[in-house]
Design a protein around this ligand. Structure first.
Ligand SMILES: Cc1cc2nc3c(=O)[nH]c(=O)nc-3n(C[C@H](O)[C@H](O)[C@H](O)COP(=O)(O)OP(=O)(O)OC[C@H]3O[C@@H](n4cnc5c(N)ncnc54)[C@H](O)[C@@H]3O)c2cc1C
Length: 453
């Protein structure tokens, strides 16, 4: 990025905007998908910028405190996701298992260092505002910065905002039903007595559930590790006493790498639009209220939490579902159930469809179990209309059922990695992303450690 933050000017709607930089690839949104896309693009020789509105990387993984990589199946997760998890593990900041918990502060630092080592430029405190499109081709993005509105030019933009903000602004078609999954603010508690929690679970197995159907929790790590939901009777009784006000019938939790720390994923609010600042504000206020109520309830009622304290509440409410682009292919729940394979597969995954009901009685959540590996086609990353834009992470092209699986962090990292490599191939071959040679793309991904069928 240039020192004086201006390498030219552009007149847009009679308004002169400073152009602050020109990149091969600009990635908007530094969640897990954006981090992975940026590392991949830069390592493949692209001058790469990662833009983020917050002051750290990670998105839902850090500011949302979603501190467990779900579905880290060792047969499917390779490439960037594995590299980052290995890095966290070396710092003692992750337990590597199918559901891998990690420390969010170490994540912020390690992921940032990984990006810098990969020669990615990072621009924090810059919110995507609008996109420059000429003749149906994306040419750059407008950023709302402390300095004012600025323009960054790019050969290819990768939208990893989670909400498809860039794609929507560029006129890409998207789906956004009014039955999106509810939002949740995760919180962490400290000073929990793990042997007591485990003893309660072991003696009340009928009070718990986990994502692969049966209780698959295990305590074979030291410190012990599990992630599950339950405490059904305690919650029912707490609600009957009026002590607990929660639109949910279970508490989902698990221990974190630092002894005594737990994450709690149980607050929820349905019927909210995650692309509206007004509705997000309502959700933040309601989620903080629920979080404190649940924490107090846990201290009083859940064995092992008597001396626990609230450590922190996510600074951004966790948004599970908003826009999903209409891409060249829409991945479906049926594709997942049948273990579909595609010639243009850029990732494989096998996590169940984790679908939380939208509102009311449906507030409980269900796991659409799958027992097969499925492919994610490259076409799910390519919007139907506009050129020079790719989409990765939570907002790829899928129906709501498939999204219940693809929204998990390992999968977001996999689609991010593919988008970064595809952008580099497109630029090197002088074609738009839609026309990238998928055989070459797949070969490049495999060469850098991605497992494909
Ligand atoms: C409550 C909850 C529980 C979950 N549980 C799990 C779980 O246990 N395990 C699991 O693997 N997954 C889980 N998920 C899913 C997973 O965490 C997310 O789907 C995933 O992290 C999304 O990653 P992403 O990179 O696509 O988007 P995000 O994490 O949303 O990142 C998007 C980034 O873009 C930035 N951004 C957005 N808009 C703009 C803008 N206009 N300008 C600049 N920057 C912008 C954001 O600040 C953010 O950093 C859960 C999600 C939620 C909400």
């Amino acid at each position: 990025m240039s020192g004086d933050y201006s390498i030219g000017k552009k007149i847009v709607h009679n308004y002169e905007v400073s152009i602050i930089a020109e990149y091969d690839v600009v990635i908007v949104g530094a969640g897990v998908a954006g981090i992975s896309a940026a590392v991949a693009a830069s390592r493949n020789g692209m001058k790469t910028l990662l833009v983020e509105r917050d002051g750290c990387v990670g998105g839902t993984a850090t500011t949302g405190l979603m501190v467990v990589f779900m579905g880290v199946s060792f047969s499917t997760i390779r490439g960037n996701c594995k590299e980052l998890i290995d890095r966290l593990e070396r710092k003692g900041a992750a337990f590597v298992a199918e559901n891998t918990p990690f420390d969010p502060e170490v994540f912020k630092f390690e992921a940032e260092q990984w990006l810098l080592e990969s020669n990615v430029d990072i621009l924090y405190h810059a919110a995507f505002s609008d996109v420059l499109v000429e003749n149906d081709c994306v040419k750059g993005i407008f950023l709302q910065m402390k300095e004012g509105m600025r323009l960054v030019l790019a050969k290819i933009v990768i939208d990893t905002t989670g909400d498809a903000d860039v794609a929507a602004a560029a006129g890409v078609d998207f789906q956004f039903t009014n039955h999106v999954q509810p939002m949740t603010s995760i919180f962490r508690m400290d000073n929990v007595n793990t042997p007591e929690v485990i003893s309660y679970i072991e003696n009340h197995k009928d009070q718990f559930f986990s994502q692969r159907g049966q209780i698959t929790w295990k305590v074979d790590h030291n410190p012990p590790f599990f992630t599950l939901g339950g405490f059904f009777d305690l919650i029912k009784e707490g609600k009957e006493r009026g002590e607990l006000v929660l639109p949910h019938d279970s508490i989902w939790l698990g221990p974190l790498p630092r002894a005594g720390q737990y994450y709690v994923n149980t607050t929820r609010i349905g019927g909210m639009d995650g692309t509206s600042s007004i509705e997000l504000s309502k959700a933040e206020i309601e989620m903080r209220k629920q979080a404190w109520n649940v924490a107090e309830f846990m201290k009083k009622n859940i064995p092992g939490f008597e001396n626990a304290e609230m450590l922190d509440i996510a600074v951004r409410v966790g948004v599970r579902e908003t826009r999903k682009i209409i891409g060249e292919y829409i991945l479906t729940g049926e594709d997942l159930e049948s273990g579909a394979s595609f010639k243009d597969a850029i990732a494989i995954y096998d996590f169940p469809m984790d679908i939380h009901g939208a509102v009311g009685k449906e507030e409980t959540h269900s796991w659409g179990l799958i027992d097969k590996v499925y492919d994610i086609p490259y076409r799910c990353l390519i919007p139907t209309k506009v050129e020079n834009i790719l989409v990765a992470g939570r907002c790829i092209s899928s129906d709501s059922r498939a999204h219940g699986s693809t929204r998990s962090m390992p999968c977001c990292m996999a689609t991010g990695e593919a988008a970064g490599v595809a952008a580099s191939l497109a630029i090197k071959s002088n074609v738009v992303p839609r026309n990238v040679n998928v055989e070459n793309l797949r070969a490049l991904l495999q060469a850098q450690g991605v497992l494909l069928r």
